[in-house]
Design a protein around this ligand. Sequence first.
Ligand code: FES
Ligand code: FE2
Length: 360
Amino acid sequence: MSSRPTFPLNAWYVAAWDAEVGRSLLARTICGQQMVLYRKTDGSAVALADACWHRLVPLSIGTLVGDEVRCGYHGLRFDGNGRCTHMPSQETINPSACVRSYPIVERHRFVWVWPGDPSLADPTKVPDLEWMDDPAWAGDGRMVEVKADYRLVLDNLMDLTHETYVHGSSIGNEALAEAPFDAVHGETTATVRRWVLDEDPPPFWGAQLGKPGKVDRWQIIHFKAPSTIVLDVGVAPAGSGAPEGDRSQGVGMWVVHIPTPSTEKTCLYFWCHLRNYRIHEQRITRQILDAGGGILVEDETVIEAQQRALDANPNREFYNLNIDAGSLWARRLIDQMVHEELDGKQVARSIPIKLAGVQA
Ligand code: FES
Ligand SMILES: [Fe+2]
């Protein structure tokens, strides 16, 4: 394995669901950096380095006092900008006494932090997840901690053939694994499109559609570097016009998957299912949340086992199949970000990935 970092630092990463950050101290490790998150009394979110300036005790085991964190060891206090505002037994505060404060943005029900160079933190670069806030879409999600490199989660999502083998009781079936797909990419994005036409739906989708008969099924995977994937998925009665653009007879979801690197070998995997049908039925939200959680456990089991196998075989390379085109693009776009960050130069983006039978 190379010693290059596996993630860029100059990017927005989801650190928490908005509801996870409140009037208490939340410790999160994002891209190897230990942070403490909380909300000030005006509701705005703060992320500080989780190590006291004095003797490095984690601030997250201290106390939130008004808008400030008080270290639990000797009582130094830091404001939301990381500046020390109080030292015990002394009037003058050393002007260098501060902890790092991270750029932070709250958007699309997530709290995003920028672990890299703060001068580059442009809030307009937060990935667009408009359905998360759109009343025409309903749903909810969770976060799970996965003991694996976040790129293994991305690999898993960029090729949904695995649904046939990992999720056979819910969303996978044989027709899926055999259906053709194409993979395309942009400067920071990669997309894999697959349609399965005129086949029986797998159990989950049959139940969501609630109509008998064969279906046309779509799976369109959108990756945005470094760690956001949204799946545009759904089914419609076969021949009702979905491939031509009329999905009105079908049911669809946007499924948001964001595995934030925590360390090189662990990630915080945020996910959410949003649907555009029966949106006022909370029962459906709960059922899909539970089903989604069960599907996630199946992925997590495989991915964590894969990470253990990688650790046991550090010199082995991956072999690549046609189905890996999307994940190869995702990894290449991440590598480019890391390369530009470390070496400060743009690299050619147009070298094709060669896979037998696939134009990527
Ligand atoms: S370690 Fe925080 S006040 Fe001493
Ligand atoms: Fe999966």
